[in-house]
Design a protein around this ligand. Sequence first.
Ligand SMILES: [Zn+2]
Length: 715
Amino acid sequence: MIRMRKAMKWAILLMGMLITNEVAMAAQGEFGPSNPFYAASSLPFQAPPFDKIKDSDYQPAIEAGMAQQIEEVRAIAENPAPPTFENTVVALEKTGQLFVRVMLVFNGVTGANLNPELQKVQDIEAPKLAAHQDAIYLNSKLFARISAVYKERASLHLDAEALRLVEYDYLQFVHAGANLSDADKEELKKLNEEESTLSNAFTTKLLSATKNAAFVTTDKNALAGLSAAQIEGAEQSAKDRKVGGYVIPLQNTTQQPDLGELSVRATRHAIFENSWNRAERGGADDTRETIARLAQLRAQKAKLLGFETYAAWKLEDQMAKNSAAALKFMDALVPGATAKAAAEAKDIQAVIDAQKGGFTVQPWDWEFYSEQVRKARYDLDEAQVKPYFELNNVLKNGVFYAANQLYGITFKERTDIPVYHPDVRAFEVFDADGKPLALWYCDYFKRDNKNGGAWMDVFVNQSKLLGTLPVVFNVANFSKPAPGQPALISFGDVTTMFHEFGHALHGMFANGTYPSLSGTQVARDFVEFPSQFNEHWATYPAVFSNFAKHYKTGEPMPADLAAKLKKAEKFNSGYALTEVVAAAELDMQWHTLPASDGLKNPDEFEKDALEKTHLWITYVPPRYRSSYFSHVWSTGYAAGYYAYLWSEMLDDAAYEWFEHHGGMTRANGDRFRQMVLSRGNTEDLGKMYAAWYGGEPPVEPMLRERGLLPEDGAK
Ligand SMILES: [Zn+2]
């Protein structure tokens, strides 16, 4: 899963920010040298001076930062001298330093430690940030200069990274429509507006549809199997909605969490039907017309921009490059995934038959019976394993240890570096030769004012041009222990720590000249590769045995418990992969329609798309149905849902490469760092991977890792 927020140079993530109608307030207070963002921080690594930053400092700094960058961009665009790499492309890289300085800290703090005052600044600034981005990308004088440098690039004697930057900048502008005629720009604007209106309409409809499709009952017996606390929760949900009885609200996926416990089949069936048909019940909440038009207008938009399909436009700057590559990859997953799912269905059917159920397994039975298979087969109790995973020990003897073994880096806690909350810890990271490399913070415990999930981001971007070293942080939502108690975490949490630290390594090893191409600022289908790759070391024997020790006795985890833990990871993997591939196929099929096609009937289109990819399987519906697939209709994953699986292919192949080359060695680590982790987006990502790996990434390691190859799979 993507647990990372990208730190972008200009485009600040607006998703999730509330845009209010409130009239923009005048910046609070003056902006001058007394503002801690006024100049680069004098702390080590230019770390944010959290001991000096007040909530009221952000807004004036953001506004001054935008004004300053607009002025800097204007000076480049209006420069009377002929455009050169230095006076245009490099000059653009140097713009907005104040803006980036404050926004990276603002994003970090609002994500992890929000308060009403910061929320207010966020609401006021969100529309201004969007306009700020437009003001740069739609500046036609600026684009003309970038375009001129781009056309001359072959004769400019640029080094590879500089050449990549010229091509990257040019593509960013063209991708946004900078190359179109004025008439086509107007047309594009209209389509963009309609897309944004329809996306918003989809979100509103789906929100209401999901709410209205909740399961409601006055019969407590219908909820048999749920715990007393879950039933109490259902009663509370009913009260909140001012209805009698019990309410089970829907989650965004097709499958619903309570289906694993509900023993009354009719209840499971009803909840599933509500979920599956939530946005297809006619009336105001029905999303089908909206998505049909969205798919059509995206195809029209792509055509205007000179592409056959929307996917072709969307994927041109991704590692996969085109939809054919993504589709070929997904097709390769289907046989193994569906065969494993069929084997799992057989196991489940055996349980149903043994209990004299008298029916064939349906999607609404899957979770309920697979839970029983899981318990019978693994008998794994979380309470048994947690004492072996004490957070501090996992961090030092697991996460840091693995990084030290692979890359030679060492860590020293810095209690003198100011932090934004007492739970945050800061570490200085030293390279193998003892030189300072980066600053890394962790903020692991759950708080009410923190976003859910876990992520990595930066406070300072690495750049040789700007003379900055990386300042990186990881955030998570682990349960905080009572004072004086150890923080015992689940194996899932351990994996999360390795995952986010993988992103952190990608940021900390960054060694680029230009900030736009540095660190984790890579394509969506590549960004989860370093993080998922780092997860593998959590179960690497030499690492696992170094950290999985009882917090009281120091005894290593018993071998049979460790084996169960690792085996249980692959359980239900056929179902899990099939439902994701089905959703990814749906996404790609919707976005490879030609502009000449008429409006589609979503139900017919969906059935057809799944049938022709061999994914129309009664007991494994797609993780999201088209009519409630918000990733692709409203949150930016259109023609991009495959990226989750693509990154998995990259990381499983990479780990196998290590295994075949001696495993966890400094030589292997240093080579990977030099050729991949330090390179950011400074070269074509496909070529970067192939140069390191020795060819294209194969899909077999991923299938093997998921237990889906015939020799170890279908049983
Ligand atoms: Zn991630």
